[in-house]
Design a protein around this ligand. Structure first.
Ligand SMILES: [Zn+2]
Ligand SMILES: [Zn+2]
Length: 454
């Protein structure tokens, strides 16, 4: 087809998709709000996952459920099977008990806006569910809801790993391992942001890589009043380790965007008993894995320092965290053009590809294998992962992104999927899947340390 004919055809398809999405506006927002109202933490998103699956099934899609415990996947095939464009929404909430929308029993709350992503996912599926689109596009579109993006509940997830339920501790890592992305050639996800001003798309940027540490100090319990000299205080060892970590901060280089942070998840059971056990869950983050790998051994030394001072044992479990995000410029370009068409060029910002705010995502892992776009839409208020983070405008947070995503898929797959094939051909994957699995598996490591008596 002539470029002008393709353009005319795309415009007609996009306007039909937008019209269908507008018609379903209340349904799309209703889904996002329903998910918000019953937040569930990673690998426990049973109700959320069932709701998303039902919504996709209502569009005639055949849905695979329980991929990596709670993940959902459905594929709509057009003229040819490939290439496949993946649209991703994240199922999980983070635990912020002080949040207005927090579940009373679990403290889980949508303080990261993932509920809006599920609205977008459903909205895009509605927009692409039209006969004129089916006959004009080549390839497929995969709708994928992924579990457990927030890397929390590490001890609980390690127990699931021990029980053989999972091998990696995040949803996309696990879905990659299980082959759920094997037939996906490129993927996109839109995350909400509370950055000012509201109503913008931010395309590009990167994120930090990270390594997760779960650390258990084992001392000896004893009467805290009557016989503290008989005890070995594991909590003191953990606190000393945290102080030791703070002594390392002056050695961190700005260029590496290092973040080292952790929480004490267990610090004793009875106040009248010297804590015989303490547990720490933490992260080492950095701009690239080289920075993470440089810092992590020093942090391990700090755990040992705490154990040495108190004479207790320490088990340090290193767990593969996320790889830095590599957004694909070609995919970003198609997304940005579609966003501009809907919100105006002045409301689409491009972020330099070396700019990281310090956070991490498992889209980073996927981005090492296939082209991905992980833009943001500024449609929320408050501090991310804070008690006051709220989506302020659901049209902006779910309906408009659904149109942008549908438009991007149309551009990629019209004209015999010319653009999608171009994105695919231009992309040089940072890793093959087999090497990704091996590298991440190698990061699992347990270090046991017990100082000599004396
Ligand atoms: Zn988050
Ligand atoms: Zn998030």
């Amino acid at each position: 087809m002539e470029p002008r004919q393709v353009e005319t055809q795309s415009q007609a398809l996009k306007s039909a998709a937008s019209k269908a999405i507008d018609k379903a506006r209340d349904d799309i927002i209703g889904l996002a709000r329903a998910v918000y109202a019953s937040p569930e933490a990673g690998f426990e998103e049973n109700a959320t996952s069932a709701l998303v699956a039902e919504k996709l099934e209502s569009l005639g899609l055949s849905v695979r459920r329980r991929v990596a415990l709670t993940g959902v996947k459905a594929v709509r095939r057009f003229a040819a099977a490939s290439p496949t464009v993946g649209i991703i929404g994240e199922l999980d909430a983070v635990r912020v008990p002080a949040h207005r929308g927090a579940a009373a029993s679990t403290g889980a709350a949508h303080a990261c806006g993932h509920h809006a992503q599920l609205g977008m996912l459903y909205g895009a599926a509605i927009g692409l569910d039209l006969p004129e689109i089916a006959s004009a596009l080549s390839g497929s579109v995969a709708f994928i809801a992924t579990p457990a993006e927030e890397f929390i509940d590490v001890e609980r997830r390690l127990a699931r790993r021990e029980a053989g339920e999972i091998q990696f501790l995040s949803g996309k890592q696990e879905m990659i391992r299980l082959g759920a992305f094997d037939d996906v050639d490129m993927a996109m996800i839109v995350h909400t942001s509370s950055e000012e001003p509201v109503g913008r798309f931010i395309v590009g940027g990167t994120s930090n890589g990270h390594l997760v540490q779960h650390v258990r100090f084992t001392g000896r319990a004893a009467h805290a009043g009557g016989a503290p000299h008989e005890g070995i205080n594991a909590l003191q060892a953990a606190m000393l380790a945290m102080t030791a970590i703070n002594t390392q901060r002056e050695t961190f280089e700005e260029k590496d965007v290092v973040r080292v942070h952790g929480i004490i998840t267990r610090g004793g059971t009875s106040v009248n008993s010297v804590p015989g056990e303490a547990a720490y869950e933490g992260r080492v983050r950095g701009r690239d894995m080289a920075a993470v790998d440089r810092i992590a051994p020093r942090i391990e030394r700090c755990f040992k320092a705490g154990a040495l001072a108190l004479g207790c044992a320490v088990d340090i479990t290193s767990i593969p965290g996320y790889m830095p995000l590599l957004n694909d410029p070609g995919l970003d370009e198609v997304f940005a053009e579609n966003a501009k068409a809907l919100v105006g060029p002045g409301s689409v910002a491009r972020q330099p590809y070396d700019e990281t705010r310090g956070g991490s995502t498992d889209m980073g892992d996927l981005s090492h294998l296939i082209p991905v776009a992980h833009p943001y839409v500024t449609a929320a208020n408050g501090v991310a992962h804070g008690a006051d983070y709220e989506v302020v405008d659901y049209d902006l947070a779910a309906v408009i992104p659904a149109k942008v995503i549908a438009g991007t898929v149309i551009d990629l797959l019209v004209d015999g999927a010319r653009l999608a094939n171009a994105v695919k051909q231009k992309h040089r994957p940072a890793l093959r899947k087999v090497d990704y699995i091996r590298l991440q598996a190698e990061r699992f490591r347990i270090t046991h340390y017990k100082p000599a008596e004396g």
